[in-house]
Design a protein around this ligand. Structure first.
Ligand SMILES: NC(=O)c1ccc[n+]([C@@H]2O[C@H](COP(=O)([O-])OP(=O)(O)OC[C@H]3O[C@@H](n4cnc5c(N)ncnc54)[C@H](OP(=O)(O)O)[C@@H]3O)[C@@H](O)[C@H]2O)c1
Length: 349
């Protein structure tokens, strides 16, 4: 996941006589699909084998040739795959082509398998439906609902293990979005790193929302590999401080960047998943503008206290509990004493 859009993230495994003989995952854009990688690894042993894949194999000539063709040519005898591809150019055609070639197609899977397969394509599915990326708001707060101390310190509220999970989430996303407040206060690098602090995965696209062009030219995130999209207000005279920085001048509403236009822009650039990692100002604005699709909230068993210490979301908020955003399809994960609550913003909100 991450960096594979406009294609869906897929996993494929070739099994012969109970042994895995080939494995593949979608390569970074513009690389290969999962199925041909797994089939190539299996080689001639793919004949008569079973192919398990997380999504229906695609059935049309796009940038890549149809995976159905590769499966038929390899002599696979059975395909097990839980999900029909929501892309209208496929939606069932892949399974139909395989069946027409005499391949047994099995669609049954456990709820857990379906959930995992759906997770891989949640951004792809969302983008097909809305032409926008799936926006995940990630936050970390203390047990008493604070994202920083009264002096603005927030590093680190959560455990090492939770932060490792955040780095994994970064690798799985197409872009990270942050606000100028966080860039100035925390001087983040916004990269995916391992426990020794070394970069892992591909360089990430970082999006900085900065109405007045206040990002300093020595902001640490600029020196990290990966592009930066610096979003400033229309009238701002900003120059890219480095070759990896490009500027997007955006419309403003009450002198702040129009976030709906930004999400539309990221969608039109083909991004499927973006993660917002910002302070209360930008996070609150994303929520108030109805732009958050999924929430990932880390809650650490620490108490910070103080009326001046910020909570996760600034802005006006709601006045009636009935108007609260409600999450559905919720999961709770305990990570070294922290709790990660993830869920999708209910469509009825
Ligand atoms: N615990 C966590 O999960 C976490 C994560 C990140 C940061 N933090 C903490 O949060 C604090 C920083 O919070 P912050 O609120 O200042 O930073 P922020 O949310 O990262 O950035 C807020 C800034 O974004 C700009 N912005 C542009 N368009 C906007 C819009 N439509 N709506 C709202 N803001 C818009 C505004 O500045 P302009 O008007 O100048 O554009 C605004 O001041 C720091 O203490 C940091 O440590 C905590």
């Amino acid at each position: 996941m991450g960096g594979v859009a406009p294609r869906p993230a897929v996993g494929a495994v070739v099994v012969q006589n109970g042994r895995i003989i080939g494995e593949g995952t979608t390569e970074l854009r513009p690389g290969r699909h999962a199925e041909p990688i797994a089939l190539a690894e299996a080689g001639e042993y793919a004949k008569g084998a079973t192919l398990y894949c997380s999504l229906e194999p695609h059935a049309f000539q796009g940038v890549a040739p149809p995976c159905t063709e590769a499966i038929i040519t390899a002599g696979i005898s059975k395909v097990v795959s839980p999900l029909e591809d929501p892309n209208p150019s496929v939606s069932g055609n892949g399974f139909r082509q395989l069946k027409a070639a005499g391949i047994e197609v099995v669609r049954e899977a456990s709820d857990e398998q379906i959930k995992r397969a759906e997770f891989l394509i949640e951004g792809f599915r969302h983008h097909l439906k809305t032409q926008r990326p799936l926006v995940t708001l990630k936050l970390a707060m203390s047990l008493d609902g604070k994202i920083a101390t009264r002096t603005g310190e927030s590093q680190w509220i959560t455990s090492d293990a939770s932060r490792a999970r955040v780095h994994e989430m970064r690798r799985q996303t197409d872009a990270l979005v942050t606000g100028i407040g966080t860039v100035l206060a925390d001087k983040p690098r916004l990269t995916a790193r391992d426990s020794d602090g070394n970069p892992t995965g591909r360089p990430l696209l970082r999006v900085v929302v900065d109405s007045h062009g206040r990002m300093p030219s020595d902001a640490p995130l600029i020196n990290e590999p990966g592009e930066i999209l610096w979003i400033v207000g229309e009238g701002v005279d900003a120059k890219p401080p480095a070759p990896n920085v490009s500027i997007l001048k955006s419309a403003q509403i009450k002198s702040k960047i129009d976030l709906t236009a930004i999400v539309d822009e990221l969608g039109s650039r083909g991004l499927h998943n973006v993660m917002v990692e910002a302070g209360a100002g930008l996070a609150g604005a994303f929520v108030e503008n109805g732009l958050v699709d999924k929430v990932a909230m880390f809650i650490a068993p620490k108490i910070i206290g103080g009326t001046e210490a910020p909570g996760p979301l600034a802005g006006l908020g709601i006045s009636a509990i009935n108007d609260a955003l409600v999450l559905e399809n919720i999961t709770h994960t305990v990570i070294d004493g922290d709790i990660l609550i993830e869920g999708f913003v209910s469509k009825s909100n």
